[in-house]
Design a protein. Sequence first.
Length: 308
Amino acid sequence: MCWGLLLVLMAAAPIWAGSPLSAAAAQAGLRVVTSSTDLKALVEEVGGSRVQVESLAPPVHDPHSVEMKPSQMARLKAAALLVRIGLDHEPWLTRLLASLHDPRFVRGSPNYLETSKGIPLLQIDTPRIGGERGVHVHGFGNTHYWLDPENARPMTAAILEALAHLAPEDLSAFEANRTRFLVRLDEGLLRWSRTVAPFRGTRVVVVHESWPYFARRFGLQIVAALEPTPGVPPSPAYLSTLTRQMKDASVRVLIAEPYSSATLVARVASLGGARAVTLVASVGGAPEARDYLALFDLDVARLVEALR
């Protein structure tokens, strides 16, 4: 990646006023850039037709590594608002912003939002170094909090506040959009909980540490992770221990993700006496996961099918 070229392109892109949005920009729609497709989907739910949103990350990718294109960087520079997961989920974005030195995209700026604020985080006591699973990249708590659909409530509240600060004339529209979304969210939570209820307490193994929030919401018990160190292939000795542990704990399902090694997942599931199921961690990761609520419709359906 040529960082010099990227920074030149970003410097040449127009800069939007910090607050509030200019009349011309408001007419065109508030330009928002997000660090994930899930955040893009939630911003669109709140912003509706009054926002133009682009995700810097594709729906299927290593969650901690994304390569930027010059066109994406130019859009970031032209955006009125950057919305990100935060914590240490996007080291690629942290490095980029440090090189960019744009005062709009720093904590405390109305043009910058981390949706992790106010979320009750899991695994906050997991050490960054040490423990039986080795190095842990989630040094400030597990970052995959959007996979508990209940967390969409505080996330969309933060998004609404950020959008209204930049486009106060659209506050009522943003509030109405979010209210409609929350009605659908509550319907979904009831539907998903009823569907998974017969399987509460089921023991599972995950490939990547993406699923603690999902598991807590729907009553699953995560026994272990196939990756002792996130992003690093497990050793033969670890796999041998893991498969014995799966049998001893009567693990029924191994949860993989679209980018997981299919060969490795199939082998571990077979040796551990479990069924492998691929759940989608982000909106757009499968055609059926077209928006935030559809993501959970898909994952709950796949999970229950595997458990049955």
